[in-house]
Ligand binder design. Structure first.
Ligand code: 13P
Length: 340
């Protein structure tokens, strides 16, 4: 039986499990591999991702994996499709479908995410390849005169068109409007911009006739910019993020899965844990981390076959920490527990 959009959207954030964002584009994965001295070849990318998908984390802590176009078509060393490894672990395969953020004409310093043309056909192919959910990322930067409403509106409209096309294809859309944490702005500026963006996104989802019960929101946390003089405490990030989401995200949305956005591994975990401990949330909150789940396994693996077990242990440990956080059961001491 095919699971409904509602069932898949709910399952992605249920029971403390969360998502692995392994959908780095060719240029992004090259950056990550450069940092560990590994050449970004077809085989190395395959070996790295196969290592993750065969780890214990997949059966216990990871509800779904966001893949890149190359990976959803790739086979493991023994010929098994990587998608089958994910399914065999009881996890759901998903696919990044946007084609990246491009400079937006008339809006200096801002971008518009591309990839709508031909998307209905691509969804059909991805469904046949096993994808049951998808991701589209809009990027909003904070600067002196940005963001502009022109850019927020264009990105929200694109997210809504993408989400409607996904649902028409039987695929759950992850709607990701990312407000970057690159600047020197304080947490309250991030709050204001995130609120503005989320209000517009849900307005456009309504106009686009997107079924909120069959989608997942992937937001940034409300957090001070990386270069800000004053960084906010864990409690402040948690409280302001929850307040912002409660003001913007209808309770019909079943699942909210955060991006990590450049936070350290442990910060991303601590922030999620603090939000859950606060209680009283109308949606299931979890993680959909890229960097905060993969930095440790990338380092432990470093491209060496003899490090595969260590890489898998590092990935399982980070996944378990975030699973505990999504249940509100993580403590700094949990970090000392060895991966099972
Ligand atoms: P990060 O957790 O590294 O921000 O990546 C998540 C993601 O999918 C961004 O689009």
């Amino acid at each position: 039986m095919t699971a409904s959009l509602e069932e898949v959207a709910y399952k992605l954030a249920a029971g403390g499990k969360g998502l692995l964002a392994a959908d780095e584009s060719a240029s992004t994965i090259k950056k990550r591999f450069d940092a560990i001295g590994v050449e970004s070849t077809f085989e190395n990318r395959r070996d790295y991702r196969e290592m993750l998908f065969r780890s214990e984390a997949m059966t216990q802590y990871i509800s779904g994996v966001i893949l890149f176009d190359e990976t959803i078509r790739q086979k493991a060393q023994d010929g098994t499709p990587l998608v089958s490894l994910i399914e065999a672990a009881g996890s759901i395969p998903g696919i990044k479908v946007d084609l990246g953020a491009q400079p937006q004409p008339g809006c200096p310093g801002e971008t518009i995410t591309e990839g709508l043309d031909g998307l209905a056909g691509r969804f059909k192919e991805y469904y046949d390849l096993g994808a049951r959910f998808a991701k589209w990322r809009a990027v909003i930067d904070i600067g002196q005169h940005i963001p502009s409403y022109t850019s927020i509106l264009a990105n929200a409209q694109a997210l809504a068109r993408y989400a409607a096309l996904a649902q028409a294809a039987g695929i759950v859309p992850i709607v990701e409007p990312e407000v970057l944490m690159d600047g020197d702005h304080d947490i309250d500026r991030c709050y204001d911009v995130t609120e503005w963006v989320l209000k517009e996104v849900f307005q456009q989802l309504f106009y686009g006739r997107v079924k909120l019960e069959g989608m997942v929101l992937k937001p940034n946390m409300v957090i001070a910019g990386r270069k800000a003089q004053k960084q906010a405490s864990v409690e402040e990030v948690a409280a302001k993020t929850v307040r912002c989401l409660k003001n913007c995200v209808p309770s019909a949305v079943p699942s909210v899965a955060f991006l990590s956005g450049g936070q350290s591994d442990e910060e991303a975990t601590a922030h999620l844990d603090a939000m859950i401990r606060g209680g009283g949330l109308p949606w299931n909150l979890t993680f959909s981390y890229g960097r905060a789940l993969q930095a440790a396994p990338q380092k432990a693996w470093s491209g060496k076959p003899e490090n595969i077990v260590a890489g898998q242990a590092a990935f399982t440990h980070r996944s378990r920490m975030n699973y505990l956080a999504a249940l509100g059961q993580w403590t700094p001491e949990s970090e000392q527990q060895k991966a099972a």
